[in-house]
Design a protein around this ligand. Structure first.
Ligand code: TXA
Ligand code: MG
Length: 341
C-alpha cells in the first residue's frame, strides 16, 4: 500500500473523511500525539488499526468525538463527566465511562467501560465532523515505539501500512492525554497527562491517582489501564534517569557518559538551563520547563534511535504538575532505572 503524507487543507481533510467513512485507517494530528484513526463503530476498520500498529488485542482504544452530545449513544454520562467536559474539553483529557452496546467489544478489548476524548486540535475536530463518525484512535506509533509527535514520526512507523497521514504540525502537549476513570464514586487518574490531578480535583473536589502510575507493575498484578502493562515509550538503547541536586546530577551524568563513550555513541537529555554543565558532550535540549520537556521527550527518544546510540542518560524531573506525566513516560522509557544521586 502506498502511504500519502499530505499537509492539512480542505481537500486533504475531505479525503481523510472519505477514507474513514470507507472503513480505512488514517494518521491524524491531535494536540497530545498523532493518532491512528478509524470509524469506532466499524469492527473491521478497528481491527485494521490493531493490525497496522501490531497492538495486542487486550489493549483498548480511545474513541474521539467533536461534540459532547455524541457521548449519549456511546456511554452512560454522569455528573463528573459533565463537569470535566465544561472545564477541560476539548483538550488532553480522556474519560472512562460505562459503555453502551453500540460500541464494539474490539474497541474496548472486552471491558464494560469505554474511553472517550474530545481533542482540541482543529484538524482532528474537522476530520471527526466531516467523517460523521466517532473515531477510535490509539497513538500512531508501532507498538513499543515512542508515540509520534510529528507527521514524519507517523510516516516512519506506518509507511506502507495505511493509505493516508495528515500533517497538522508538531503536537503541542507531546505526551498522551490524561486518562481518568469515572466509573466509580471518585475520579481516578490511570495515566497522567496534560490535565493534572490537581486540576481535576479543583473541579470535582477530589481526585485520586492510581498508585501504579509511578512504579512498575508487580508480577501478576492487573493494570488499572491495560496500556500500562505493556513496555512503552522506550528507545532502543538502555536509558537511565538521574534524580537529585542539579550540579551533582550533571557531574554524575558526565562521568557515566564519558565511560560509555569508550564503547560508542551516547546521548544526554537535559534541561536547557543546564546545558553549560555538560560542556561539549552530545546533549538533546529538553527546553526550559517540564512542559517543554514533555513536548520534546518522544522526539528525543526517536532521535536517540536514529543516531543509533548505545546508551541514553537523562535528568529526572519533579513529579508535580505536568512533571508527573513526563516522569511517568521517562520512567517507563528507562525501565524504571532511576538513580538517586
Ligand atoms: O492523547 C491520547 O490519548 C492519544 C491521542 C491519539 O488521542 N491516544 C492514545 O491512545 O494515547 P493509546 O491507545 O495509545 O492509549 C490509550 C490508553 C491505554 O493505556 C489504554 O489501556 C487506556 O487508554 N484505555 C482505553 N480504554 C480503557 C478503558 N476502558 N479502561 C481503562 N483504560 C483504558
Ligand atoms: Mg500508545
Amino acid at each position: 500500500m502506498r502511504t500519502q503524507l499530505l499537509k492539512a487543507d480542505e481537500s486533504s481533510l475531505k479525503l481523510a473523511a472519505e477514507l474513514l467513512k470507507d472503513g480505512q485507517v488514517v494518521g491524524i494530528p491531535t494536540e497530545t500525539v498523532y493518532g491512528l484513526g478509524a470509524d469506532a463503530l466499524n469492527e473491521t476498520a478497528v481491527r485494521a488499526i490493531f493490525a497496522a500498529k501490531e497492538r495486542p488485542a487486550d489493549n483498548p482504544l480511545i474513541v474521539h468525538v467533536a461534540d459532547f452530545a455524541e457521548l449519549e449513544p456511546l456511554c452512560h454520562v454522569n455528573d463528573m463527566a459533565r463537569k470535566l467536559n465544561e472545564a477541560f474539553w476539548p483538550g488532553p483529557l480522556t474519560m472512562i465511562l460505562p459503555k453502551k452496546d453500540i460500541v464494539p467489544t474490539v474497541v474496548t478489548a472486552g471491558l464494560e467501560s469505554v474511553a472517550i476524548r474530545m481533542p482540541a486540535h482543529p484538524v482532528a475536530q474537522r476530520i471527526i465532523r466531516l467523517s460523521g463518525c466517532p473515531i477510535a484512535a490509539p497513538s500512531a506509533n508501532r507498538s513499543g515505539r515512542p508515540s509520534p509527535t510529528q507527521a514524519q514520526h507517523v510516516f516512519e512507523d506506518m509507511d506502507g501500512r495505511i493509505p493516508l497521514i495528515i500533517d497538522g504540525g508538531d503536537s503541542d502537549v507531546g505526551v498522551e492525554s490524561t486518562v481518568v476513570s469515572l466509573t466509580g464514586d471518585t475520579a481516578v487518574v490511570l495515566r497522567p497527562g496534560g490535565i493534572t490531578p490537581e486540576m481535576i480535583a479543583a473541579v470535582l473536589g477530589t481526585c485520586e491517582v492510581a498508585d501504579s502510575v509511578m512504579r512498575p507493575l508487580r508480577e501478576g498484578e492487573e493494570a488499572p489501564s491495560p496500556g500500562m502493562k505493556h513496555k512503552h515509550y522506550a528507545p532502543k538503547a538502555p536509558m537511565t534517569l538521574y534524580a537529585g541536586q542539579t550540579a551533582q546530577v550533571a557531574r554524575r551524568i558526565c562521568a557515566e557518559y564519558d565511560a560509555a563513550k569508550e564503547d560508542g555513541e551516547a546521548l544526554i537529555l537535559a534541561a536547557h538551563d543546564h546545558l553549560p554543565l555538560y560542556g561539549d558532550r552530545h546533549v538533546f535540549d529538553l527546553g526550559p520547563t517540564a512542559a517543554s520537556a514533555a513536548h520534546a521527550l518522544f522526539a528525543a527518544l526517536r532521535y536517540a534511535d536514529t543516531l543509533g546510540v548505545h546508551r541514553v542518560f537523562s535528568e529526572a524531573y519533579p513529579e508535580e504538575g505536568v512533571g508527573l506525566a513526563l516522569m511517568n513516560r521517562m520512567a517507563r522509557a528507562a525501565g524504571f532505572d532511576i538513580v538517586h544521586v
